[in-house]
Design a protein. Structure first.
Length: 205
């Protein structure tokens, strides 16, 4: 098969990069959809149930146990902290523990954003080399097929590399904004948990 029609040999790594980018984007998109769907209602129910009894068992639907919010409440309040200082340390520690789950595949997306234009540029150079090899006096006077094929290869690979980089960059920035918003939400929830802990402690005195 003549790869020059599709952008030359560089189309192979570009295809791999595009598949990886699409796969990660779909996975992260589904993750954030599950995380954000009904999260306010889940947060309210978790806050109502925490510190109610010593075992502190949450009554939730099956799919809600995998939510980031549930994991944060579970790790922070089970087992029940002995004092406010211990609760604060637990909140800070669990924010750090949950962070990698929120930023999963960020490095992979960043790598694709960086290398896709470079691979496209490599294809451009290879295409121009092919064009130059066809630039002879005889070729100019008789047949310029190799020249045109090389230029086409260069343009296609450049466009493909830039397209992959741009679309991946948009997805990457969108997921970063989701992560920042989620971290802020969990920090706010930590303050609410602290307030609930104080109220329950006063009630039990």
């Amino acid at each position: 098969m003549d790869l020059s029609q599709f952008g030359g040999i560089s189309v192979i790594p570009l295809a791999i990069a595009s598949i990886a980018s699409l796969s990660i984007t779909l996975e992260r998109g589904y993750f954030w959809y599950k995380t954000k769907k009904g999260q306010r209602s889940l947060e309210r129910r978790l806050l109502e149930q925490c510190f109610v009894d010593e075992q502190n068992r949450f009554q939730l639907k099956a799919h809600e146990w995998d939510n980031v919010m549930t994991k944060f409440f579970e790790k922070t309040t089970i087992p029940r902290p002995n004092n406010l200082e211990q609760l604060r340390d637990s909140c800070e520690l669990n924010l750090v523990i949950i962070e990698p789950e929120l930023s999963r595949y960020d490095n992979a997306l960043g790598t694709i954003i960086s290398i896709a234009p470079l691979i496209g540029l490599l294809g451009t150079v290879l295409g121009l080399i092919r064009s130059m090899s066809g630039l002879t006096l005889q070729a100019l006077s008789e047949n310029n097929t190799n020249v045109m094929a090389g230029i086409s290869e260069a343009l296609i690979s450049t466009a493909a590399g830039l397209t992959i980089a741009i679309t991946t960059l948009v997805a990457h920035n969108l997921f970063k904004s989701f992560r920042s918003a989620q971290v802020h939400t969990l920090q706010t929830v930590a303050l609410k948990i602290e307030s609930k802990f104080r109220i329950e402690k006063i009630k039990n005195q």
